[in-house]
Design a protein around this ligand. Structure first.
Ligand SMILES: [Mn+2]
Length: 345
């Protein structure tokens, strides 16, 4: 098997024509010299942050001027992915504000929802907005040029394809960002969105120099004593329904405050519920500062948790979704469990 053609040019991975033509249109907007603001959704995850970091490395290499400006701070855990001297800002930083003011174009990754872009959204007016995302589009989705492909396991997959459509081969730095993106969004290649393509791309990332063990340590071996204390509490709060295959964990503000755990420490907590034998829907309820409740929903079977989330004004993927419910913890639990019960029946 060869991944170059007879002229030594790297082959473009075979991909869906709609994706290919969309990525070509995105590429047309990314001419050398342009100032690009890269943004992603509130509370960037590994896919958002990893895709941004990879895109920033790549755009700089192509002679553009990328800046990362997110509605909430870039995760500390993934700062190692950024080029030395590259900042990652929020609209509250002078550098972030300046980057948005001077931007020729915004490249929005891993979301197309204006509400999930927070204060970044209002700064895009009058600029071209490019969207590269793998969430299903909704009526409120934004973007002048949009590649939105829910068949992609992660936005990182689409950024990988974008780099290849441009005729470039990923560098190790870019590959590390894309590996973080893909590994986190597929639950380390275990979730239903993991495909042969996922592994083919990942093979290319390893060939580019990614060290999987180092990535594992960066992504997962990150417990702090406070984070572990939060896990202990989460396990105490874990409940399993006796009539339906549903398990859930509920955490209060006090659980974060008393343990000293951060929002990042909540990442992966819902997995403890998902990993119980026979459970088909796993939920994490979390009391927010204003007394409302955030719910994260995970499905391990056919149940469409995105449909449940949408009923509460949220959204997401069929098997991973979320919503903020304007009720206290107990009321939110009751309402969501009722809807999940119906979704399962
Ligand atoms: Mn994603």
């Amino acid at each position: 098997m060869t991944d170059v053609d007879w002229m030594g040019r790297r082959k473009i991975r075979s991909m869906d024509l709609a994706r290919l033509s969309g990525l070509k249109r995105v590429l047309q907007e990314l001419e050398p010299g342009r100032k690009v603001v890269l943004s992603t959704h509130l509370n960037a995850d590994g896919d958002g942050a990893g895709s941004q970091a990879a895109a920033a490395h790549w755009l700089a290499r192509r002679g553009l001027e990328p800046s990362i400006v997110n509605p909430t701070p870039f995760p500390d855990q993934f700062r190692f992915l950024l080029a030395e001297g590259t900042g990652a800002w929020t609209p509250a930083d002078a550098e972030g504000e300046a980057a948005m003011r001077e931007a020729d174009v915004f490249l929005v990754l891993d979301t197309a929802e204006p509400s999930r872009l927070g204060p970044v959204m209002s700064r895009t007016s009058g600029r071209r907005i490019l969207v590269v995302d793998h969430h299903p589009t909704t009526s409120s989705s934004v973007g002048d040029v949009v590649v939105c492909d829910p068949t992609a396991c992660a936005t990182g997959e689409l950024v990988f394809d974008l780099i290849h459509v441009a005729g470039d081969t990923v560098t190790r730095e870019e590959a590390e960002g894309l590996y973080v993106a893909i590994a986190t969004d597929t639950g380390s290649f275990r979730y239903a969105n993991t495909t042969a393509s996922t592994h083919e791309i990942t093979a290319d990332l390893l060939r580019a120099g990614v060290d999987p063990e180092q990535m594992y340590l960066r992504i997962y071996a990150q417990y702090t004593p406070a984070g572990l204390e939060l896990v202990r509490r989460a396990l105490e709060r874990l409940r399993v329904a006796d009539d339906i295959p549903v398990a859930w964990i509920s955490l209060r503000q006090a659980d974060l405050a008393q343990t000293g755990a951060t929002k990042e420490d909540l990442e992966g907590i819902v997995e403890y519920a998902r990993r119980i034998r026979g459970v088909r829907v796993a939920l994490l309820f979390r009391e927010l500062h204003d007394g409302t409740t955030k719910v994260s929903l995970r499905s391990t079977g056919d149940a469409d948790v995105a449909a449940v989330a949408r009923r509460f004004g949220g959204g997401g993927h069929v098997k991973a979704a979320g919503a903020v419910i304007p009720e206290n913890l107990e009321a939110a639990e009751t309402r969501v469990l009722q809807d999940v019960r119906e979704a399962l029946s």
